[in-house]
Design a binder for this molecule. Structure first.
Ligand code: ATP
Ligand code: LTN
Length: 333
């Protein structure tokens, strides 16, 4: 059976981008067709300045939202990355496989590093090495497929390179994974700045729809989305990024094709109204189930995470042990 692995960082409240680009596919497709593991990758949240209490709160909330969105612990494994030692254990071996040049080329490192410096903050070394930990997350579990948004393509490519290099040097230990993306909305853009990605760690504002926003707020954000000069509804990322973003979101919500949908609209107002309705209805059940889960004080979520960590640890340990042996480290006994 195919193995699938993916993760979400507790760096902010989950957004519509996280949902359309990743989580929704995990729920609707991936958990039904493979042995799938989904992780709150909390160690990755420490690569930028963070508040410990907030990371703790957001980790619980991310796990609860993953379950509220429909991940079923009977079908897949849901766990917190830091509960499974294999990830950091393997990360070190992969740091001995990757080169510093490779990591300095990562777009996310360049972007986030620039942002941190501009804010007068130092850049943590872990921001540079973070794609190696991500590779370890993936490779520790013998992953075949990594369902992610488009922004993660480069990191999964690096993971493939590291797996191939390691296997070539030390013998076959790792499966070489590939990234999969949703057919539309693999890169949801900020509604106020449709040339930049909707990111959960960005400064909150009207451009970001959070899964837990109430329907009125969601509607207002979509209705206020920046569109383009002109009035023709065109599906064209370069020339019409704002409208194209709305078309992608609407298509993802309604199961349509964004280019075809463009032909059905005469005005931006109608497009916004339909998109707002579609987003509100799509997120309604997730918000409702999240409220139910939150009302039991988190006991159910904690139990799912405990069982998930146990299964994930058992799954990863033999492969990471094999990697340790392959590079020439003595077995512990
Ligand atoms: P951060 O702002 O801290 O970088 P993020 O919002 O990019 O966070 P992650 O936790 O890094 O979110 O990503 C979880 C998953 O959601 C990944 O598969 C990522 O590709 C996907 N994703 C994140 N933002 C978007 C987006 N705007 N459009 C589509 N997919 C997205
Ligand atoms: N780097 C990813 C989060 C992430 C991930 C993973 C995704 C960490 N480990 C393993 C897929 C598989 C991000 O920034 N979205």
């Amino acid at each position: 059976m195919k193995r699938i692995f993916s993760g979400i960082k507790p760096t902010g409240h989950l957004t519509l981008g996280n949902y359309l680009g990743a989580l929704r596919r995990w729920v609707e497709v991936d958990q039904h067709r493979a042995d799938a593991l989904f992780s709150v990758v909390d160690l990755h949240a420490l690569t930028v300045e963070h508040d410990p209490a907030r990371v703790r709160r957001l980790s619980r909330q991310a796990a609860a939202l993953m379950l509220a969105a429909g991940l079923d612990p009977e079908r897949c494994t849901v766990f917190v990355q830091s509960h499974v030692d294999a990830h950091t254990r393997l990360s070190y071996l992969l740091e001995c496989t990757a080169t510093d040049g490779e990591l300095r080329r990562m777009i996310q490192y360049k972007e986030k590093g620039t942002r941190a410096r501009a804010a007068g903050q130092s850049v943590r070394l872990s921001l540079l090495t973070y794609p190696v930990l991500m590779a370890a997350d993936i490779l520790a579990h013998g992953t075949d497929e990594v369902p992610v948004g488009e922004d993660q393509t480069q990191h999964v490519e690096l993971t493939r390179d590291l797996a191939l290099r390691f296997n070539q040097r030390y013998g076959h230990v790792f499966t070489v994974p590939r990234a999969t993306h949703p057919p539309v909305a693999a890169r949801v853009m900020d509604l106020q700045d449709p040339t930049s990605k909707m990111g959960k760690s960005h400064e909150p504002g009207n451009g970001i729809v959070y899964l837990l926003d109430d329907p009125d707020t969601t509607r207002k954000k979509v209705m206020r989305a920046v569109t383009d000069s002109g009035s023709e509804v065109r599906y064209d990322r370069e020339e019409s990024p704002g409208v194209t973003n709305l078309l992608e979101i609407l298509a993802a919500c309604s199961g349509g094709d964004p280019a075809e949908l463009a032909g059905a609209y005469r005005s931006y107002g109608d497009l916004k109204r339909d998109t707002a309705d579609a987003v509100v209805e799509l997120l309604r059940p997730v918000r409702e189930r999240h409220a139910e889960l939150a009302s039991d004080g988190g006991g159910y979520v904690d139990e799912v995470l405990r069982a998930g960590a146990e299964r994930a640890s058992a799954l990863a340990r033999p492969r990471v042990d094999a990697a340790y042996a392959a590079v020439g480290l003595l077995p512990a006994g």
